[in-house]
Design a protein around this ligand. Structure first.
Ligand code: ACM
Length: 694
C-alpha cells in the first residue's frame, strides 16, 4: 500500500465499489456447496459425501505407499502432531508398516520439484470410509495439500473424534496463489514469517512474495554491497543463512518464495549507502514517513546497471524461485525531471517521457535477469509497448490492467481487490475474482491469468499485530484462488472462516491471542471487559485514511486502540444480521429480539464503564469520545427497540434527531469507526414507520 495521491485512491475506490455493486445478491441463489457440517476452506473442486465414519482414536497410524521422501514424511509428522494436539490423543511418531491396517494411507506417484514451481501438480484425491482414509496424489506437494484437507475434515461428537465418509477430488483453479508480506516498512522477524508460512500452507497458498526493499528499509544481507543492509536497515535485516532457512521452511510446505526488490522508485534505503545510484546527489536518510517519495535510481548511467548486475546476480543465486519481482510501481520521476544529465540522455535517445525512460530501464534489467536465468515480474506500471512477452504483470490498481495484459499476451496476477492492509471485510475480498464469470477475455487470453496475491503492506503493522491483519481474511482470498468460481456463498464462507480461524491459531498465529494482550497493555489493568466490548465493535478506518486522520511514522509505536481493533468485526456483523432478520420479519428472528436488546444494553454499560477506565489509562484518552458514542448509540438503539416491540410508533422528530446523532457518532475518531451504526440506523428508521409490528 503506498497510494498517496487522490487520483489513485479514487481509482481504487471505484473498483471496490464496482466489485460490490456488480455482484448479484448471492445469498439466496447459490446452492450450498458443502454439506453443512463440513468446514473445508478452500472448498475442494469436488466433494461427495459417502456413508460411514472413520474413528480417530489413539490407535491412529499413517502408512505411505509408492513414492515417499523426507519432505512427505515431515509433512505427515506435522499433520499427526496437529491432529494429536486437537484431539488430546497420544499418537505415534513412527509410520505404520502395514498399509492394510493403517488409518491413513498416503500414496504418491512421484516426487515434486524440490524447488516449488508454478507448474507443480497440486492435485490429490482423498477417500474416507469407515475402515480407512486414502490420500492419493501424483506429487508430494499434492499430498501436502491433501493432508491439510484431511485435518480440516476432523469432526467430533459424544462418541469421539471422527471423519465423515467422503470422496474428494481436488485441484486448484489457479496455479499462483500468494501472500505478499512487506518486511521493509516494518521488519518482521523469522518466527512471524514461519508461522505465516504455516498459515499459508493450511489454506493451500503457494507463493510467499517477500517484499524486501523500500524507502523505509533494505532487509537482506548483500555480501557484494554490504552498505545496502548495514546502512539501509537500522540493523533489522535477514542474513543470507536466514533467507535460506525461510526458503527451506517454505519449500517443505510446497510454497515458493519470490523476492521483490522494488526499483527504480521506492529505493531510498539503497541510496543511504550508495548515493551515487540516485538521480539526485543526496545525501539520503532512511525514510520514516508513509507515502510516495522522490528518490529513484538513475537509469541513464552504466554504473547503475553494473551495480544491479552484481546485486541481482547475487540475489538470483540466493533465491531459487524462477521469478524475481522488480517492483516498478509509483515512480513519478520527479528527480529525473530535475536532472539535466538525465534530460539530455532522454533527448539524445529519443525517450519521450518518464514512462518510456522506465521502460528503457526495465529492458536493461530484464536482460540482467535473463542472464541469471530469472523471469521478470513487476507491478502493472511496467506494462509498456516494448516489454517482452515473458514478463509477468502484477495488477494492483484495478483489474483492468490484468485484462489488458492478458489481451496483449502477458501472463498476470491480481492483487487489486486483495489489499488486506486496507481493512475491508473478507466478503469484499471474496468477491474479487481474477477471472469473473462476466470476463470479456477469450479462453486463450484467460489462460494468461495465473492467479493472485493478498498484499500485507506493512506501514501500520508490527510483529504483534500483523497476524490480525492477515488472518483470517486471507483464508477467504485463498479460497477464491483455489476453489471453483461457483463457490460464492458469503454466509457459508463466514461460517467456515470462524472454524478455520481457530485452527490457524494452532499454528502459533496470534490474530486472536494478541488481542487481549494489546488491550491489557492499553488499559493498564487486568480487567479489560468494557474495553474489549468497545474494541469488538470498532474497525480501523478503511483505505488510506488512517495516515490522514492520525499521522504517524515508521518509528511510532503500533500499540494504540486502532492497532488492537481488527478488520471485519464479527460482533457488528452478527448484530446487523439479527437486526435485518428481525426487521424483515423472518419468524425465527423474533427469537433475536432479546439478544438485540442484550447486545445494546451491554454496549451502553461498557461505554459508561470505560470513562473510569480511561481515567487510569492515558494512552486510551483518544478513545473517550468513542466510548461515549458507544453508550449513546446503544441507548438510541434501545429506545428504538422499545418503539418496535410495543408498537408505539416513534415521531418523525425523534427519528430525525436520532439519525443526526448517529451521523455524528459515525465520524471516525482515533482512526476508528463504530461499525454497529448502520444497523442501529435501521432500527431507528423502522421505529418511526407505521405498523412495523415486529
Ligand atoms: C503498490 O501498492 N504500490 C504496488
Amino acid at each position: 500500500m503506498k497510494i498517496a495521491n487522490y487520483a489513485q485512491l479514487a481509482l481504487l475506490l471505484t473498483y471496490s465499489l464496482s466489485v460490490v455493486s456488480t455482484v448479484p445478491a448471492q445469498r439466496s441463489i447459490t446452492a450450498r456447496v458443502l454439506p453443512n457440517e463440513l468446514n473445508l476452506m478452500p472448498v475442494p473442486a469436488s466433494v461427495q459425501p459417502q456413508p460411514g465414519r472413520l474413528a480417530i482414536t489413539n490407535a491412529f497410524t499413517v502408512a505411505t505407499k509408492g513414492y515417499a521422501d523426507d519432505r512427505l514424511r515431515a509433512n505427515i509428522n506435522r499433520m499427526t502432531r496437529r491432529l494429536a494436539g486437537r484431539t488430546v490423543l497420544t499418537l505415534p511418531l513412527e509410520l505404520a508398516v502395514d498399509e492394510n491396517t493403517a488409518t491413513l494411507v498416503v500414496q504418491c506417484t512421484g516426487a515434486a520439484n524440490p524447488v516449488p514451481s508454478l507448474n507443480e501438480d497440486e492435485s490429490y484425491s482423498l477417500e474416507i470410509t469407515d475402515k480407512q482414509a486414502r490420500l492419493n496424489a501424483p506429487t508430494v506437494v499434492g499430498a501436502i495439500r491433501g493432508l491439510e484437507t484431511f485435518l480440516q475434515l476432523l469432526s467430533a461428537d459424544r462418541d469421539g473424534y471422527y471423519l465423515s465418509g467422503v470422496r474428494i477430488n481436488d485441484r486448484p483453479r489457479f496455479p499462483w496463489r500468494g501472500l505478499l508480506i512487506d518486511v521493509a516498512r516494518h521488519f518482521q522477524p523469522l518466527d512471524v514469517l514461519k508461522r505465516n508460512l504455516d498459515g499459508m500452507a493450511a489454506v493451500k497458498l503457494n507463493v510467499f512474495h517477500w517484499h524486501l526493499s523500500e524507502d523505509q528499509g533494505f532487509r537482506v544481507e548483500s555480501k557484494k554491497f554490504p552498505k545496502l543492509h548495514t546502512m539501509g536497515s537500522d540493523g533489522l535485516y535477514y542474513t543470507q543463512d536466514q533467507v535460506r532457512e525461510i526458503i527451506a521452511y517454505a519449500a517443505d510446505r510446497g510454497i515458493r518464495v519470490m523476492p521483490e526488490f522494488d526499483i527504480p522508485g521506492h529505493s531510498t534505503s539503497w541510496l543511504v549507502g550508495y548515493p551515487e545510484l540516485g538521480s539526485a546527489p543526496g545525501p539520503y536518510k532512511i525514510e520514516r514517513g508513509a507515502g510516495i517519495f522522490e528518490p529513484v535510481l538513475d537509469p541513464t548511467r552504466d554504473q547503475t546497471y553494473k551495480f544491479l548486475d552484481g546485486f541481482l546476480g547475487e540475489m538470483a543465486a540466493l533465491f531459487p524461485d524462477a521469478y524475481l519481482h522488480i517492483g516498478g510501481d509509483e515512480n513519478e520521476g520527479k528527480q529525473w525531471d530535475r536532472n539535466p544529465q538525465i534530460q539530455a540522455f532522454m533527448k539524445e535517445k529519443g525517450i519521450k517521457d518518464n514512462h518510456a525512460l522506465q521502460a528503457y530501464f526495465n529492458q536493461r534489467i530484464l536482460k540482467i535477469l535473463q542472464k541469471y536465468g530469472k523471469k521478470m515480474i513487476g507491478w502493472e506500471e511496467i506494462l509498456h509497448g516494448d516489454l517482452p512477452k515473458d514478463a509477468v504483470i502484477h495488477s494492483w490498481r484495478g483489474p483492468g490492467s490484468l485484462a489488458e495484459a492478458a489481451r496483449k499476451g502477458y501472463n498476470g496476477i491480481l492483487s487489486a481487490g486483495y489489499y488486506i492492509d486496507l481493512i475491508f471485510p473478507a466478503s469484499q475480498h471474496y468477491r474479487a475474482d481474477p477471472l469473473p464469470a462476466d470476463t470479456t477475455l477469450t479462453p486463450d487470453e484467460a489462460k494468461h491469468v495465473l492467479g493472485g496475491e493478498a498484499t500485507m503492506w506493512s506501514e501500520w503493522v508490527s510483529p504483534d499485530t500483523i497476524d490480525s491483519r492477515i488472518w483470517p481474511r486471507t483464508a477467504a482470498i485463498a479460497e477464491r484462488l483455489w476453489s471453483p468460481r461457483t463457490v460464492t456463498d458469503v454466509d457459508d464462507m463466514y461460517r467456515r472462516l470462524a472454524v478455520i480461524s481457530r485452527q490457524l491459531e494452532e499454528l502459533g498465529l496470534t490474530h486472536e491471542k494478541n488481542y487481549p494482550v494489546l488491550l491489557r497493555r492499553l488499559s493498564n489493568s487486568e480487567n479489560i471487559g468494557p474495553l474489549a466490548t468497545l474494541a469488538s465493535v470498532l474497525e480501523p478506518v478503511k483505505e488510506y485514511r488512517r495516515y490522514q486522520v492520525r499521522p504517524q511514522t515508521m518509528i511510532s509505536p503500533l500499540t494504540g486502540l486502532v492497532d488492537a481493533a481488527r478488520p471485519d468485526s464479527e460482533a457488528a456483523r452478527q448484530f446487523a444480521s439479527m437486526v435485518e432478520g428481525m426487521l424483515g420479519d423472518v419468524p425465527r428472528y423474533r427469537l433475536y429480539r432479546s439478544e438485540i436488546r442484550d447486545s445494546l444494553a451491554g454496549w451502553r454499560d461498557a461505554g459508561t464503564a470505560l470513562d473510569l477506565m480511561i481515567d487510569r489509562a492515558p494512552g486510551l484518552e483518544e478513545a473517550r469520545p468513542l466510548a461515549r458514542n458507544l453508550a449513546d448509540v446503544a441507548a438510541t438503539g434501545l429506545e428504538a427497540m422499545d418503539h418496535l416491540t410495543t408498537g408505539d410508533v416513534a415521531t418523525i422528530m425523534w427519528r430525525d434527531a436520532q439519525l443526526a446523532k448517529l451521523d455524528e457518532a459515525a465520524k471516525p475518531k482515533a482512526a476508528l469507526e463504530l461499525v454497529i451504526i448502520p444497523a442501529v440506523r435501521k432500527l431507528v428508521i423502522a421505529a418511526a414507520e407505521v405498523s412495523p409490528a415486529k
